[in-house]
Design a binder for this molecule. Sequence first.
Ligand SMILES: [Zn+2]
Length: 221
Amino acid sequence: MTVNEKNAQIQELAQQIIDYGVKMLKAGYVTGTGGNISVRVPGEEAYLISPSGMPYEELTVDDIVMINFAGEIIAGKRKPSVEQNMHRLILKNRPEFNAVIHTHSCYAAAYSSLHRPLPVFLDVMHCVFGGAVPCSEYARIGTMELAQNVEKAMRGTNVVLIANHGCIGAGKDLAEAYGNVELLEECCKAYFAACSAGVPLCISDDDIRESIADLSKRYGQ
Ligand SMILES: [Zn+2]
């Protein structure tokens, strides 16, 4: 790949961050300048991330910041998101993920205040998340402790509830990461609905294990 092709690829990924920022804002998953989004720079120990405190609809690719896995800013004129370390630790430790999205969507944020995992009460949860959705231990916004707690809670899954804050999802690309936080929000909403009508019954560990094994052979094209 030539330098020009590499630059074009980075610009394209920076534009995707902006597009998904606008998408999550319009979906109501954040308000104002809340939330943050990152993508891995292909083939490098670095990632791109949304800037701190700037409206998504006003961003241009020049506002996106590039940071290496040591946490040093290597390109960009803006201050990066305060949650830069949360994105960095996930992308650094989870090579299967290339994109991370953090939102404050209403039902996930509400559930995160309970400080407990969202149990597998819908089949789709173990198909997509691999099981129950953990809730990270509480830490203050933008701290290294928060980054470490979230990375730890996310081991073995692709979404996490962030205590008293919101949620985060990762995927092989931004479309998948977005789909995961979208589904988590729908699951949290459905859980509250179920609780208002009774006590939701959860799917057994045996059924979860068998479903995962069975679907790995049969699902998809
Ligand atoms: Zn946040």
